[in-house]
Design a protein around this ligand. Structure first.
Ligand code: SF4
Ligand code: SF4
Length: 360
């Protein structure tokens, strides 16, 4: 298949792994974080661990929006689902994520009007088709999703749709990476930077890494992309370089997608946000600007988020920060499974625990 097979060629993969092995030999451990869950998926799905020398360790990062959405958000969404004539619309991944007592999946089974959509524009269409109901879209995602949700709000305003609302839990990747770098328990030598987010914010979006003297490589999601990214990181670490390398320049540009950035900035403003397992990170979330508050579910319905004590046995927070592996969690496989997830990292197809469950 054109443009896919070229990036899955086993002979080339073995060549790259031999180069990595040679450069990394006798140099101690390299700890690289793949920020994005889709990279984690590629890494295990294609058995890349077997192609790397033992002293290269890949650590999963916070790049799965489902995993980092706080339980209190799920609880509030459930409350919204139970109030009046409401239709909750959400991406499929969110539906099984556990809140403190229930999930949207269980609430739907009880008869709540909760629908899975494939885009925020689908949610807008549902609002137009159901003028007597309040249609709330659960806005969960990173820089990749936020511009599309912003577009739906702009469209809703243009079409004068008065029953469409967004409950925003959008998050920004650079502040989360900064928080991880400031955590004394985390020791990293480099980042494999998320491909989709990078296509929006561009290579320039990671300039802050310079301050921490740590290299980063923007890599695509195919196996050869990842191996090439790891090779570049090993070279950077060996030579003490701390810049950003763009391996994925067939998609990602230096300044990113200006149009998407403008749309996002028009509708949203940075706000503090709580990340499941990590806690509050300054300016890491996106709140709907006052000018568009008619579409803000939080303001319209007076959503109150209650702080929820987390199950101490669940190690999602540590897994997200790369301090622990899923296998370190007492619940892994025994109590927590994809059919019965106890934490978000087991739910999403990009979740580390789910990936380890399927492929390890
Ligand atoms: S196994 Fe389940 S409970 Fe444990 S860290 Fe993973 S998701 Fe959380
Ligand atoms: S499941 Fe958890 S650890 Fe895995 S990518 Fe998502 S947030 Fe990160």
């Amino acid at each position: 298949m054109k443009y896919i097979d070229e990036f899955r060629d086993l002979k080339l993969a073995k060549n790259l792994s031999a180069k990595i092995e040679k450069l990394a030999r006798g140099r101690g451990r390299y700890n690289f974080m793949e920020v994005c869950g889709t990279h984690t998926n590629t890494f295990y799905r294609f058995g890349l661990a077997k192609l790397l020398p033992e002293n290269i360790r890949l650590i999963s990062g916070p790049g799965c929006p489902v995993c980092v959405t706080d339980a209190s958000y799920i609880d509030s969404a459930i409350t919204l689902a139970g109030s009046g004539d409401t239709i909750i619309t959400t991406f499929g991944d969110m539906i099984k994520v556990p809140g403190s007592k229930s999930s949207l999946y269980r609430e739907r089974a009880k008869g709540r009007n909760i629908r899975i959509v494939y885009s925020s524009l689908d949610a807008l269409r549902i609002a137009e088709e159901n003028p007597s109901k309040d249609v709330i879209f659960l806005g969960v995602g990173f820089e990749t999703t936020a511009p599309t949700v912003a577009m739906a709000i702009i469209e809703a305003k243009k079409r004068r749709v008065r029953n469409f609302f967004v409950y925003s839990a959008h998050k920004l990747i650079p502040p989360a990476m900064t928080a991880i770098l400031k955590d004394k328990n985390v020791a990293l030598d480099g980042f494999i930077l998320p491909a989709h987010v990078s296509s929006i914010i561009g290579a320039d979006g990671y300039k802050f890494l310079k301050k921490f003297n740590i290299p980063g490589v923007i890599a695509g999601f195919e196996p050869l992309d990842m191996l090439q990214g790891i090779l570049l990181l090993v070279m950077d670490v060996n030579s003490g370089k701390a810049g950003i390398v763009n391996e994925y320049n067939r998609v990602v540009h230096k300044r990113g997608n200006k149009r998407a950035q403008e749309v996002m900035q028009r509708i949203f403003a940075p706000c503090d946000s709580v990340w499941r397992g990590i806690g509050r990170i300054p300016k890491s979330g996106l709140a709907i600007r006052g000018e568009f508050s008619d579409f803000d579910a939080e303001k319209r319905f007076g959503v109150k988020k209650v702080k929820i004590p987390i199950d101490r046995r669940c190690l999602c927070g540590e897994v997200i920060k790369g301090v622990k592996l899923p296998e370190d969690c007492r619940l892994f496989r025994k109590v927590c499974t994809p059919d019965n997830p106890k934490g978000p990292c087991m739910v999403s197809s990009e979740g580390t625990c789910g990936i380890h469950f399927r492929y390890k």
